[in-house]
Design a protein around this ligand. Sequence first.
Ligand code: 1GP
Length: 241
Amino acid sequence: MKPIYKDILGSISRGEKLLAVLIDPDKMNFDKVSNFIEKVNRSVATHIFVGGSTVDENMTSTLVEEIKKHTKVPVVLFPGDITQITSKADAILFLSLISGRNPEYLIGKHITSISKLKETDLDIISTGYVLIESGAETAVERVTRTEPLSRTNIQYIVDTAQAGELLGMKLIYLEAGSGAKVPVSEEIISRVNKVLNIPLIVGGGIKTKKQLENAYNSGADLVVIGTAFEKDESFFDELKK
Ligand code: 1GP
């Protein structure tokens, strides 16, 4: 097993900021994988996340296998469903949607996934997944049938994240939803960061270098970007400047 979580802690202790490129198997054209991954290899990205809210069975496994042929960047599963678990990746975010009250996404799917996970050598990283409202309904909301947390009730978001840490989760992920109109605010990131002793991931709707820097400066340890790279691959170069 590759110690992905340990490496994340190591990077953070050296003051490094991490960037994950999110690849949604549902949106990635298989013929374009090698070209896209070459760009990732030359970019400042430190991780590749693979996952989506609606992905056909077995698609993830084939895609991860192809990605792995072209890169040494760690591949972390960010699964929307059990069918997205594959031994071909290095790690998995074992996500519990702690902002929601749907038992399936809090613990149900996790139990069903055990037999599959036992057959893999993935670094399993327990992650408190916190969905925050972002102006319009997102796919995560629709698929999980959960309400996102209000952007204005920041104390409740902070307490949710802290409860996740106290339950033993190893990461907290503040999510505005893929393609979100508005990313998670700097104030939310900063207030959550103040109470946490575990790494903080932030994603959803980040599409400019400025927004990325703001998230880092507010306390995000790892930022996830998907849509901005999907729409315009020159964004990889933009981030190097
Ligand atoms: C979604 O946080 C990720 O789960 C990334 O969102 O596609 O908006 O970058 P974007």
